[in-house]
Design a protein around this ligand. Structure first.
Ligand SMILES: Cc1cc2nc3c(=O)[nH]c(=O)nc-3n(C[C@H](O)[C@H](O)[C@H](O)COP(=O)(O)OP(=O)(O)OC[C@H]3O[C@@H](n4cnc5c(N)ncnc54)[C@H](O)[C@@H]3O)c2cc1C
Length: 419
């Protein structure tokens, strides 16, 4: 390497200098991710799903510890748009580098408040101050997974029938009644205390309608399913929520049927997919960091393995992929924060790119670790299991891509050409 000037770059790659406040927040969140989230995620990964949410489980420390960072959604939303658009991806990348499953648990918990703020129903904050309860987003159902995320039925086969919903909200005097269940995949479903519920709305007209209601999960008639055992993101508690004639006051309706519902679904998908984009860059970055470090330590063929051409070739492509995924994620966050309306196709693009990158980079890191890569005492096999689940979470990547592609269609142009 004689004569070659090596320029050191920070963990987060080729970024322009951060402001003082960005640096402080990044440092604090990184410390929390490294000292609290990562060891906690490893512990929870090895526990049975029921034990991981038992009263004595270490899981419960994640919310009070995160609260100590002093990053409430309300404060983030009040920041100037450009600053918020830079800061949010940085925060979620650090959380994802700590533990993907716990990062999603923290993110999902914020969603009820995100939509309270987005719909302007802030009177509900008196009853449910932000952060006072663990939140969740209940949308998918036993018989309706991808279908529930496909507002406007963009991905459905023409002429196909939605079928019977598994969860229905009905008006009843001055309240609403919720009946049915949500899928076992609701993130935080087994631990949440406040549900942002997206469900079918039956007003007796026989038409296919939907609405969004806030459901306190200590209400009479709410019960939970068995904690779900799964291959990855095991630190993220999941399980069904059952509703047996649960009464919800009328002011808990956040979005009514039709356009308000579609807008509320688009809002949550735009945020959740962009947030997923940041979290899984964090996981990909962690896999790359670990592999880079290992390649300097492990000696084979008489030298640290990074001196073998194939190893440094692989590491370079890992770094390149993480960097490219991050660049897209930052652009999408900044666009969504500063444009008159967030672009769902951008959020989908970053979600797919980051989750795919996390899986590929984790797999490459396993190869660099050799046999140790697949051993449970090393961190890589967990990272890969976590990343695999992310390609289904918040919408299967294929279905999201079809939806993103549909949003590229200029229907006015098509109509004009067919005249
Ligand atoms: C880790 C994790 C966290 C999650 N968190 C939540 C949560 O917080 N809240 C919540 O409500 N749900 C959550 N989910 C559920 C998740 O949104 C669904 O699993 C996902 O939308 C897919 O639904 P499904 O599992 O029923 O698969 P299906 O919809 O049955 O899809 C099966 C396969 O068919 C394909 N397919 C389906 N429909 C179409 C179509 N129209 N066009 C083309 N291909 C199609 C899919 O791409 C997929 O490959 C989570 C899931 C995971 C794995």
């Amino acid at each position: 390497m004689a004569g070659l000037q090596q320029v050191a770059v920070p963990l987060t790659g080729f970024e322009a200098p951060l402001s003082e406040i960005e640096q402080t927040i990044q440092t604090n969140v990184r410390k929390f991710a490294q000292t609290v989230m990562e060891p906690l995620g490893v512990k929870l990964d090895r526990m049975k799903a029921a034990a991981a949410i038992a009263p004595d489980s270490p899981y419960w420390q994640i919310f009070p510890e995160f609260a100590k960072l002093g990053l409430p959604l309300e404060a983030l939303l009040q920041m100037p748009d450009g600053e918020r658009g830079r800061l949010i991806p940085m925060i979620f990348e650090e959380l994802g580098a700590g533990d993907g499953g716990l990062a999603i648990s923290l993110g999902a918990s914020m969603l009820p408040w995100l939509i309270i703020y987005a719909t302007g129903k802030t009177a509900l904050l008196e009853r449910y101050p932000e952060g006072s309860r663990i939140g969740c987003w209940g949308i998918t159902e036993l018989d309706h997974g991808s279908d529930t995320l496909d507002f406007g039925r963009m991905c459905a086969q023409p002429g196909s029938d939605y079928g019977r919903p598994n969860c229905v909200v009905r008006p009843d005097g001055d309240a609403f009644v919720v009946e049915g269940q949500k899928s076992a995949w609701v993130s935080n479903g087994t631990v949440a205390q406040l549900c942002l519920l997206y469900a079918a709305f039956d007003d007796g007209s026989g038409e296919h309608k939907h609405c969004v209601v806030l459901v306190p999960l200590d209400a009479k008639g709410v019960s939970r399913g068995k904690p779900l055992e799964k291959m990855g993101q095991r630190a993220l508690p999941q399980g069904e929520i059952f509703f047996d004639k649960v009464r919800v006051p009328a002011d808990h309706l956040l979005a009514g049927t039709g356009r308000p519902y579609d807008q509320a679904l688009c809002a949550v998908l735009c945020e959740a997919n962009a947030m997923m984009g940041s979290v899984w860059i964090g996981a990909a970055r962690r896999a790359y960091e670990l592999a880079l470090d290992y390649a300097h330590q492990r000696k084979q063929g008489g030298v640290p393995i990074i001196e073998h051409q194939n190893v440094r070739y692989r590491l370079f492509h890992m770094m390149r992929k993480v960097e490219a995924a991050r660049a897209l994620n930052h652009r999408v966050h900044l666009f969504n924060a500063t444009a008159p309306a967030a672009a769902l196709q951008g959020s989908i693009a970053t979600k797919i790119t980051s989750t795919q990158t996390a899986l590929e980079v984790a797999s490459d890191a396993i190869q660099i670790f050799g046999g140790n890569g697949v051993a449970c005492e090393y961190p890589l096999e967990k990272l890969m299991r976590d990343a695999r689940a992310s390609m289904i979470e918040d919408g299967c990547n294929e279905m999201l891509a079809i939806k993103g592609g549909t949003l590229l269609i200029d229907s006015v142009r098509i109509r004009e050409r067919s005249k």
